[in-house]
Design a protein around this ligand. Structure first.
Ligand code: HEM
Length: 147
């Protein structure tokens, strides 16, 4: 089982406390789709993803950005059991959506970049370390049902 120090728990709670799901979700997903354009293939039904401006203005992308962050919030609320919390979500991404699991890290990295931009000096090395550990645990849980 993953162990969390009190400092790590506080750091991750602190990041979530400042997080505006709508705008951070939209910006992170947009960055992912622009920087790693092959990730667009999974969002074929979402309409116009022609360039960064179109993606930012796409209401389906905005809604989905919020959905992803709410998914992460579920991990926050179940920090001692992230693996089992994400069983169904892992199965969905693997079997139904057939998302290449390498893409989880890419979206996570985009989210970290967006947080660093927004939090500026508050995003200290210690906060980043705790945050990236949290994302690593989430990613490993999301990869769990792949075979
Ligand atoms: C759906 C979370 C990464 C593609 C979802 C849903 C959640 C979620 C909560 C909704 C599930 C439901 O409706 O029951 C996450 C989290 C991720 C992640 C926490 C990693 C941090 C990715 C990546 C891709 C992706 C990297 C593709 C590049 C999709 C697609 C859907 C989906 C296509 C269905 C969208 C729709 O049709 O409405 N994800 N996801 N996800 N995810 Fe992810």
């Amino acid at each position: 089982m993953v162990q969390w120090t009190a400092g790590e728990r506080a750091a991750i709670q602190g990041v979530f406390a400042k997080l505006d799901y709508e705008s951070v979700g939209l910006e992170s997903l947009t960055r992912c789709l622009v920087v790693y354009p092959w990730t667009q293939r999974y969002f074929g039904g979402f309409g116009n993803l022609y360039n960064a401006e179109a993606i930012m203005a796409n209401p389906k992308i905005a809604a989905h950005g919020t959905v992803v962050l709410k998914g992460l919030e579920k991990a926050l609320k179940n920090m001692d059991n992230i693996k089992n919390t994400f069983t169904a979500l892992s199965e969905l991404h693997s079997e139904k959506l057939q998302v290449d699991p390498g893409n989880f890290q890419l979206l996570a990295d985009c989210l970290t970049v967006v947080l660093a931009r927004r939090m500026t000096t508050d995003f200290t090395p210690d906060i980043q370390a705790a945050w990236q550990k949290f994302l690593s645990v989430v990613i490993s849980a999301l990869r769990r049902q792949y075979y």
